[in-house]
Design a binder for this molecule. Structure first.
Ligand SMILES: [Zn+2]
Length: 468
């Protein structure tokens, strides 16, 4: 009887392992090459049939998942395992539950119609930015995740992971930078799937920022915008956010400064792109070659842009909101970016107001009066987004003014941040109902109905821009 019970128990455990997410240990090894990178993943643990999927993170080119090729699985003796394509970027592999290896190749060359930012095309000043959501295979214990499109595929349970880089002897000045813990030279360890991680490989110079504590800056050697002051600028902007909001999540943040891929140029002025994953901000920028690196217009534009991007270390990293609230995360980032640029003295106050006036005119030009409800508009057409973000910024200015009238001694930014962190449980992104309650509590329900829900137009008068 005891024996039977034991074996029944054993059966039960085996069934539970197969069904429940079976976390495995994954050791990725990356070899950068002139097209992207070859990746080997050594897997221990997990079910007898492994379900392997690739994903596409937000902001990445949707076709990126199709640029992953040469996918194969091997057992410990080097024998090839049977691999079946199941769906787009999804495979099943018979592993018998033994340790095994997955190999694949990431082709990160930008194609003509999409400027993939992850790699530039010039040899010598090359770089490789590996974003966890796009670069690392995900391992699942059931086929459910394979039915999801790559954009919506879950991370996959992983007990622990390492990522090791094998540097090419041809690029001796390349180094690997990441916020992940470097447990040995070029080897990084994580307790979960590295889906949220970013690794940059290339001729990066790392500057430890003393002004804004916890901020590390990695600057590509071809970065040519405010080259001698960009670290001070970033530090002061971060400090300004910290003063307005309190610290983000207490771990350190990394800013990667990279030139734009060669396929992307600018006709005049400045072109920028930014992306936040976990505690890493990836910044790409190119300026018109005719402009000096310290041109005043570029200084101001960079201050507002970097202030905006750094704010994303708070939203959505510290507090997450649902997709229809993109007006809030983007509008607030625009508001805070401008506030930080002015507060740290990189943009003077008059100029900040002039720029806001320009934003308001642009808002009207692109159909702002018709934008209506902010939450409703953000689930609408993609073209509505820029209207939405501009309106978002204008609404934050307005809410701040209302707040200041009755609370002259307390910062609106800090009070809003504290109210949001109190409402956020760290798991479920805040939705429109929650945000409505927070904003109505800080100002009043009428203000929220009028300006957030779009029942009243935004006029220069209500924005305090009249007469300028
Ligand atoms: Zn943004």
């Amino acid at each position: 009887m005891r024996k039977l019970l034991l074996s029944l128990l054993g059966l039960g455990v085996a069934a539970a392992c197969a069904r429940a997410p079976a976390p495995c240990s994954v050791a990725f090894t990356v070899r950068p090459d002139d097209r992207g990178a070859s990746v080997t993943a050594a897997i221990e643990g997990g079910p007898t049939t492994a379900w392997v999927g690739f994903g596409v993170g937000p902001g990445a080119a949707p076709g990126l998942v199709d640029q992953i090729g040469a996918i194969a699985g091997f057992d410990a003796d080097g024998n090839e395992l049977s691999l079946q394509p199941i769906s787009r970027g999804g495979y099943s592999i018979e592993t018998n539950g033994n340790p095994w290896q997955l190999t694949y190749h990431l082709d990160l060359r930008p194609s003509s119609d999409q400027g993939s930012f992850y790699r530039s095309s010039t040899r010598g000043s090359d770089y490789l930015v590996l974003v966890g959501s796009d670069a690392w295979a995900r391992f699942h214990s059931d086929p459910g995740a394979m039915a999801m499109p790559p954009e919506a595929r879950a991370d996959g349970p992983v007990a622990n992971a390492t990522v090791r880089f094998q540097q090419s002897p041809e690029s001796p000045d390349w180094r690997v930078v990441s916020t992940a813990w470097e447990e040995a030279p070029n080897t990084f360890a994580m307790r979960r799937h590295p889906v949220g991680s970013v690794f940059a490989v290339g001729p990066f110079e790392v500057i430890d920022q003393a002004v804004g504590s916890g901020l590390q800056i990695a600057r590509h050697k071809d970065w040519d915008i405010l080259p001698s002051r960009v670290d001070t600028l970033l530090g002061e902007l971060l400090l300004s956010h910290q003063e307005m909001l309190g610290s983000a999540n207490d771990h350190q943040a990394l800013v990667l400064l990279s030139p734009m891929p060669d396929t992307i140029t600018t006709q005049g002025g400045l072109r920028t792109a930014g992306m936040v994953r976990d505690q890493t901000l990836v910044v790409y920028a190119v300026k018109a070659a005719s402009l000096p690196p310290d041109h005043s217009g570029i200084v101001e534009a960079m201050a507002v842009f970097l202030g905006h991007e750094l704010f994303h270390l708070w939203v959505p990293s510290g507090v997450q909101v649902t997709r229809e609230l993109s007006w809030l995360s983007e509008g607030w980032a625009m508001h805070m970016g401008r506030r930080a640029a002015v507060a740290s003295g990189w943009v003077d106050k008059e100029d900040g107001t002039r720029r806001l006036n320009n934003s308001y005119r642009r808002y009207l030009n692109i159909g702002g009066y018709r934008a209506g409800s902010l939450p409703a508009a953000s689930v609408g057409h993609e073209a509505q987004r820029s209207v939405l973000y501009l309106r978002g910024e204008l609404v934050f200015r307005l809410l701040e003014q209302e707040w200041n009238r009755s609370n002259p001694d307390r910062s609106f930014e800090r009070s809003l941040w504290e109210a949001l962190t109190a409402a956020y449980d760290g798991i479920e992104p805040l939705d429109s109902v929650a945000i409505r309650a927070v904003l109505a509590d800080l100002t009043d329900p009428t203000t929220v109905r009028r300006y957030v829900e779009g029942e009243a137009p935004l006029t220069p008068d209500t924005l305090g821009l009249a007469g300028r």
